[in-house]
Write a protein that binds this ligand. Sequence first.
Ligand code: ADQ
Length: 462
Amino acid sequence: MSKLVVISNRVAVPKARGVAGAQGGLAGALNSALKEHRGIWFGWSGEECDEYTGSINIQRNDGVTTATMDLPKQDVDEYYNGYANSTLWPLFHYRIDLTEYEREFGKGYERVNERFAESAAPLIEPDDMVWVHDYHLLPLGERLRARGLDNRIGFFLHIPWPPTRLFVSLPFHERLVETMLHYDVLGFQTGEWLESFLHYCRKELGATVDEATGRVEYQGRVTYAKAYPIGIDFDHLTAQGKTEEAKIAGEKLLSSTRDRIAAIGVDRLDYSKGLPERIDGLARFFDQNPDRVRDLVYIQIAPPSREDVESYQKIRNELEQKTGQINGARSEVDIVPIRYVNRGHSLAELCGFYRTAKICLVTPLRDGMNLVAKEYIAAQDPDDPGVLVLSRFAGAAQQMQEAVLVNPHSPDDLSHAIKTALDMPLKERKRRYDALIKTVRDDNVQDWTKNFADDLAMLGKN
Ligand code: ADQ
């Protein structure tokens, strides 16, 4: 019987939900997928070793088999902190100004992808389906093919695909995309990123592209590219929202905000999430509505991430400074307008916070999808739902048009959206919630997995 082999940079076991959350949406989504399919999840352990040995550590946890390998420090510096997080991540989030084009990073990236292929190949049997995840492993499919694997191999990109004009600034961009065309199925979060990818294939590679079906033919191989918007594990989240832990967290927030409305933001501390811009928007709101400092308290939950990368240290400092400035200018003895919490929380606690907060600000400058937007809606009380303020530039905005949509670069737009949310009558809150909950509940992570796996099974053998 064939099995599913999932390969991603990191592996997170189901129990470590708090940790998984801090690592990003990928972990939470895959836990559900792996429980459903008899499968193996392979990736880097997160540990550094003195020398690469190729040995892997296999564990069985809660119905999921995980296999991990350690990487030497040079690999972590060049592949993970380097090419993945200092080159591809900023470039794919349209931040060409932050993108570092170091030759050594590229070499490390190729070397580690080869190590992934070498260690994963023995785990893969002839009929298995292989599902590779995210920007760390774009060339892995080609590396596995070079080892003689003709399995169905699919790839899903969790982050945006940039417009061709930005992408061509990457040295060896053709080579990178050529390696991707060794996958059978390529998944993107939204039609927008898919369109950019197909445009690149046609314009820069001269591939034969059928936009209607996503069929890309290049050098005798066929790949199908399609959009699969990721969702949340709705049932799991709803269950977490009913726990005692969620109740206590919600009550704690409520009692500490007293008669003020709580607005919340929950983001990894990342420049793509538009955090300083959000604080500017709040400052503008308080400037334009000085009498409302007593109405609103904003809670920003932002666990640090990728702290070895310089641009992440900068964003942390910038956020701390901005929060300090606005609190310095606006606080009263009994009032602090912004609370900044620099750590992770369990999903149950987050659910409690989401339900208590009457406004959620999800305002990334660019985001593949953004699961916080969906989690917030899922956690609401249907009889008294809160308001989601959502960036137009998050992938989630394509499915969530009934949110209050904003341009996160504009402090005036943000200020206006906050005011709209604060003053929104119950009837309109309910109307918007009823539309939003539908997509959050129906287009969930189980569907996402099934859609991708079904397509891989069906389209993969070409
Ligand atoms: P991320 O950039 O990490 O994921 P997102 O989709 O918002 O972004 O997922 C974050 C996850 O981390 C959420 O599930 C959230 O609950 C959790 N989280 C955030 N702060 C937390 C905290 N303080 N404590 C605990 N958990 C916390 C990438 C892409 C996204 C895409 C996902 C999934 O960048 O665009 O939506 O993958 O594909």
